[in-house]
Design a protein around this ligand. Structure first.
Ligand SMILES: [Zn+2]
Length: 438
């Protein structure tokens, strides 16, 4: 039976449509320039990802393969490849069982929390790793989230292995112990368990979660309305915490990608995001020596524009500096290669967590205080870094090393408290670099 080709060619412009792209077909086109599918891109109903000299990925609704056939454009069906390669990987239930085993083994430093259930009713698990994990201490908050694209599975395995190593080395490895004692670390191995079990990129509702977040280029506020349940749950989780540094993990390339993704402007902390990404890549020889990306890093938008991604959203609305790490050229490397990928990334993962201590903040002894803080860098001239909202009587921001003035104003008060703070590199202060206010 001949399928009808259904692209609404008239609806070229709207970005809202891009947020609702239906991903039913997952193709790889071995041509270096996505321009060859320009007609499709202009419909606003497809997603292009991981453009490289070898080709690019093309995602969209039923009908795109048939369209490529009609144009004699060669492609591979990634779903077929996924189905074969995924055979050896654990199911999301097995991952859940493994996380439960680890929290039982290391209860003094781990706490397993579900932030809610996916479309198909699977828990989105987050492992909190810290000393006193049952207490919400004032310590810098860090997070890793992997596999929001269900078929980009390497990161999920690396996250579980990282949690296991942190548990086993606590008390014996100085760096790991110092991190756990002075940081609240949250690791979510899988944001899209339905997608992984279905061996597909999208969630169970055919939606690309990394195009589903509020986007500064089209949204005036960060509203969960109309978004996928997995996106809403991560938005709520982020809103309840005070994350200051994070990374999210993907597959399909090997590179550390820094903001912005959604526009070509330079990020206000560009030197820092470049340095942190380079720091990650430098400890991973394969990434650092990439032939596709100089030094193993790239600016997001320069690579390709992503609208509705998690990375930009987390900084714009939550002051949480985030990079996107692509871990493996193959999204589905043979399962036996996972330990090798862990070895390649292990030092980078630990390094990047430690970088949260390159920052400064304050805590207020009275509970429930919110307000705003204006930040100025004052070494080598004055540099205005803008104004940020704070809540829950605490604030913390990752910053380049230097001297800062934080002007703190509580809601409902005219008084401005100005604090002098120093940010240093490679220094982990006990429970983080905070000044106490009364
Ligand atoms: Zn991805």
């Amino acid at each position: 039976m001949k399928l009808r080709f259904v692209f609404p060619l008239l609806a070229i412009s709207t970005l809202v449509q891009a947020a609702q792209v239906k991903i039913q077909e997952e193709l790889f086109v071995p041509a270096s320039n996505p321009e060859i599918v320009r007609d499709l891109i202009e419909t606003g109903t497809v997603v292009i990802d991981h453009v490289s000299s070898e080709g690019f990925e093309l995602y969209g609704p039923t009908g795109i393969a048939q369209y490529l056939d009609s144009k004699n454009i060669v492609y591979l069906d990634m779903k077929e490849i996924n189905n074969k390669a995924f055979a050896d990987y654990p199911s999301s239930m097995q991952i859940e069982a493994k996380l439960q085993e680890l929290v039982q083994k290391y209860p003094k430093i781990m706490r397993l929390e579900s932030i809610g259930k996916s479309t198909n009713g699977k828990d989105l698990w987050v492992m909190k790793i810290s000393d006193n994990p049952g207490v919400d201490e004032v310590e810098p908050e860090f997070k890793y989230i992997s596999s929001m694209h269900g078929d980009e599975i390497t990161g999920r395995e690396l996250m579980v292995t990282l949690i296991e190593e942190m548990g086993s080395k606590y008390g014996s490895d100085r760096t790991i112990s110092e991190l756990i004692n002075n940081t609240e670390i949250y690791i979510m191995p899988s944001m899209n368990p339905d997608g992984s079990d279905l061996k597909q990129r999208a969630n169970a509702k055919w939606t690309d979660l990394n195009r589903n977040f509020p986007d500064m280029t089209r949204d005036s506020e960060s509203s969960p309305k109309g978004r996928q349940i997995e996106t809403q749950l991560v938005m709520k989780f982020q809103g309840e915490r005070q994350f200051a540094l994070s990374a999210n993990f993907h597959g399909g390339a090997v590179v550390a990608n820094y903001p912005w993704d959604s526009k070509y402007d330079v990020h206000p902390l560009n030197d820092l995001v470049v340095e942190l990404s380079q720091g990650y890549a430098n400890l991973n020889a394969g990434m650092k020596n990439s032939r596709e990306f100089h030094g193993g890093i790239t600016n997001g938008a320069e690579w390709y524009i992503v609208r509705g991604g998690m990375q930009d959203w987390s900084y714009v609305w939550h002051n949480d500096l985030q990079i996107t790490v692509e871990l493996s050229d193959k999204k589905w490397p043979p399962y036996r290669e996972i330990p090798g990928f862990y070895q390649d990334n292990r030092d980078s993962l630990v390094y990047f967590m430690g970088e949260i201590h390159r920052g400064a903040g304050f805590k207020i002894s009275r509970q429930g205080v919110s307000g705003t803080v204006a930040i100025k860098q004052v070494n080598g001239g004055t540099r205005d870094l803008g104004s940020y909202a704070f809540r829950g009587s605490e604030f913390y921001k990752v910053l380049p090393e230097g001297d800062y003035l934080f002007s703190v104003k509580e809601n409902g008060s005219q008084t401005v408290n100005t604090l002098s703070l120093k940010v240093e590199k490679n220094v982990v202060r006990s429970n983080g670099n905070y000044i106490s206010l009364f």
